[in-house]
Every structure is written in C-alpha cells, then in structure tokens.
Design a binder for this molecule. Structure first.
Ligand code: EPU
Length: 422
C-alpha cells in the first residue's frame, strides 16, 4: 500500500472563513474521563475528527465500553466496563493515553498499561503523574515496559507539583474525583483544557473547584454518572489558522474561537504588524505589506503556547530583521529546523532558541517529525515558491480536522497524493 503525502503550491492569497473544531488536548482527556461513569451515558459533542480520538475510542472498546461516534458526537457507555491490561501499540501512538491511568485507577483501583508515546519533543517524563498517584495511595511499578498501578483505596491528599504540567494536573484531577476525602493540587497548570475537563467531571457528579487557578480542590465522591458535554474550541488549531491568515490572508476569518484563549498569539501577531479584528467568537486577519521582527518565548498558559511556536516560525522569515524564538517548555522542540533549511529558510538553533533570518522559502520535500512541525511545514508551503511535499502526514492527521479541505476552501493550492511506500 502507498503512503500519503500532502502537496502544497505556495503563493496563493487565502480568504473566506474557516470553522475551528473541538480541542484535541481536551478531547483526549474527556474520552478517558468518561470511562468513570458507572451509570448512564456520557455524550461528548463537538469533538475534532482526528485519529487520536479514534485511538482512544478503541482503547475504551478494549475495556468492554460501548462507543458510538457519529460525526462530531461521541456516545460512551461504560456501565459494563471491565478492567483489562491495555496493549502497547495503541497506547504508544499517543501521549494522552496516560489519562487512562488516572481514570482506570479511579474506576477499578488498578491499571496495567504501556508507557505513553506521542510527539518526540525531547524528554517527556511522567514523574509528576506518578508522584500524584502515589500520594493518593497507589503503588506504581514499571515492569518490562508496562506500568502497573494498584491501590486498595484512593485517599485524598495534598500534592504540590514540582513542575507545572498540563497532563499531571488533569490526571490527578481525574483520579482524585473518586478518592476518599479532600485532595488539594498546588502549582497546577491553568490551560483552558483543564477547565473543560473539570467541567465535564463536575457534570458527571464530581466536586472539583478552582480549575484555571494555581490551586485545585477536589472533594472525592462515591460514583460518577453520565452527562452531555460540549467541548471547547481548539485554541492551537485556531492559532495555526490565524498564523496562516497572517502569512497569506486577505479578510481571512477564523470562526468558533474563544478570543481570550488567543490573547498571547494575537498580541504577538499585532507586534509583527498583522491587522486583526476580534469579534465575539471570531478573528478576521489581513496580512500586512511588511512584517517587523519579534522575540517569542514559550510559557505555560496564558503565555505564548509551545504548540504554536513551530507554526509561527515560517511567518518570521518574512520579517525585515532577525527574530528569535526561545522554547522554555520543551527546549528540544526544534526538529522542524532542518526541514526549513531544506526550503532555503535561514534558521539557526542554539540550545533552546532559534534565530530566524529574512528568507524566501522554496518548495522542497520535507518530513513532519511531529504534529506541530507538520503544521509549520504546511504554512511554510503556503509561503514558498513552487511545490512543497510533506511526508509523514500521519502526525498532522493526529491533531488537525480536515486540514487539507479547510485550507483548500480558503483558496490554497493543496492536495493529498499517494506515493509508493519505498
Ligand atoms: N514534565 C515533567 N514531569 C511530568 C510531566 C511533565 O517534568 O511528570 C515536564 C515536561 O517534560 C515539560 C513540562 O513539564 O517540560 C510541561 O509538560 P506537560 O506535562 O504540561 O505536557 P503534556 O501534558 O505532556 C500537553 C499537551 C502538549 C503541550 C503541552 C504543553 C496534551 C495531550 N498534550 O502535554 O501538546 O505541548 O501540554 O502545553 O495535552 C501538541 O498538542 O502538539 C502537544 C504536544
């Protein structure tokens, strides 16, 4: 069987409207959390149509949980869930499989699962997740590459995280929902996806307070039940399109956004010279004639998102001076740099920073090493002279709903093609 590539011929102006899908990094936590509903059905509305959602559904099916996906609505019935060890291959295809640990521990008091995979962004330890589970009373061991988590009972505890982690915050919020007594999580992450997961848990009967602040307090409950939940829009997908609009847009509207989630990006685009009109749930963008160079430092929310530094990079080639990106969350998240060099992009990585010099990009064959590197290459392709062929598009399909179709509708010259496997 052949492999797919995405091809894009640069130089088109993009205009019209694009509708943002539900948030990937919320969906991948909401689906595992749903397995905790012992009675009734959890209905998740507005899910993104991405392969990570399918992988997580399949993991639920392995636990005898019924799932029914129609378009963007997923119904999950976990009344007859059975605890089973979860196989390595599926678990390793995405990072968020670690949320199965918190949810299974809460529901079954036991979980056997392979180590999570996900995008290669340098070291991605899960020590803070484990520290948290242990504080709740679980015994955690790693045997032959599988994690064993077992607890006689989960008991509320006070946990101060050593690093601010999205995953550890969500995982502990999930696990502590059904622990006995009160849990206090301190030095937690504040990303909007955390607030979204807390709201699902509360609608399922949990008592979680303070999500979105530095401290989350959870009063454990006996049991959770079904509910209907509408997911928040994907601020990283929205940001990716806003950057595409800033690079090549003329009256380019990004719809279904929560503008406050976009503030650090909006401010940076304005600093670059991009014209943005913000409405209640949309942004309209027109590219400027000239761009100013900027410095960007990634930070935890509400700072500039690490997930958007790779997509932003191609835009900086257009500035009339040298720009700098400093990555503080994943200092090794620079695997797109070599690919941009192949496109004649002058970019130098030094430690956790990259310097980006004014360059005219040229189409080339490039390889997506991870999801956001893939988005970076797509935007580079929109700007480049000639055709860019992006390989390893499976990374892109993990996180962006119909990206080729959406860009095509906006006027990009973009298509998928099958190539022979060798
Ligand atoms: N960290 C630890 N120990 C831990 C957990 C994290 O040292 O136990 C460190 C990490 O190595 C990193 C920092 O803490 O340096 C932050 O990591 P975090 O745990 O917040 O990342 P994550 O939860 O694994 C999520 C998103 C990522 C996004 C990061 C940061 C999901 C499934 N993934 O990862 O999204 O980059 O938060 O915002 O929610 C993406 O969508 O492309 C993506 C990689």
């Amino acid at each position: 069987m052949g492999k797919e590539v995405i091809k894009v011929r640069g130089g088109r102006t993009l205009s019209g409207e694009v509708e943002i899908s539900g948030a990937k990094n919320s969906a991948v936590a909401l689906i595992p959390a749903s397995l905790m509903a012992e009675k009734g059905e959890v209905v998740l509305e507005g899910l993104p149509e991405i392969s990570d959602v399918e992988t997580l559904m399949s993991l639920l099916n392995d636990l005898n949980i019924k799932t029914d996906l129609e378009g963007t609505v997923l119904k999950i019935n976990a009344e007859e869930a059975e605890n089973m060890p979860l196989p390595n291959t599926k678990v390793q295809s995405l990072r968020a499989s670690y949320y199965m640990m918190g949810a299974m521990l809460a529901r079954f008091k036991k979980c056997v699962i392979g180590l999570p995979g996900g995008c290669p962004l340098g070291p991605r330890p899960i020590d803070q997740h484990i520290k948290g589970f242990e504080a709740l009373g679980a015994k955690v061991t790693n045997e032959h590459g599988a994690m064993y988590l077992v607890a006689e009972e989960l008991k509320g505890a006070k946990i101060f995280f050593d690093v601010v982690s999205v995953g550890a915050t969500i995982n502990l919020m999930i696990a502590a929902s059904c622990a006995k007594g009160r849990t206090v999580l301190e030095n937690v992450a504040k990303e909007p996806e955390i607030v979204d997961v807390a709201s699902l848990l509360n609608n399922m009967g949990a008592d979680v307070r303070g999500a979105g602040t530095d401290t989350i307090k959870i009063n454990g409950v006996e049991e959770l039940h079904g509910t209907t939940h509408n997911i928040i829009p994907d601020r990283i997908e929205a940001g990716t399109y806003m950057i595409a609009g800033a690079a090549a847009g003329d009256s380019f509207t990004v719809r279904n956004i929560i503008p406050t989630h976009m503030e650090s990006l909006t401010a940076k685009l304005e600093e670059l010279g991009v014209k943005i009109e913000i409405g209640d749930d949309y942004a309209t963008i027109t590219k400027p004639d000239e761009y100013r160079p900027v410095s960007v430092k990634t930070q935890v929310y509400p700072g500039f998102a690490t997930d958007l530094q790779q997509p932003l990079t191609p835009l900086l080639f257009k500035a009339d001076g040298v720009s700098k990106i400093t990555e503080t969350i994943y200092p090794a998240r620079f695997r797109h740099v070599d690919e941009l060099n192949r496109m004649d992009g002058k970019i130098e990585q030094k430690g956790g920073s990259a310097l980006i010099y004014p360059s005219e990009l040229k189409g080339a064959d490039v390889y997506a090493s991870d999801l956001r590197a893939g988005a970076c290459l797509l935007i580079s392709g929109l700007l480049a002279d000639g055709v860019t062929t992006i390989h390893n598009v499976n990374h892109i399909d993990r996180g962006y709903t119909d990206i080729v179709k959406k860009l095509d509708t906006l006027g990009a010259d973009i298509w998928r093609e099958e190539i022979s496997a060798d």
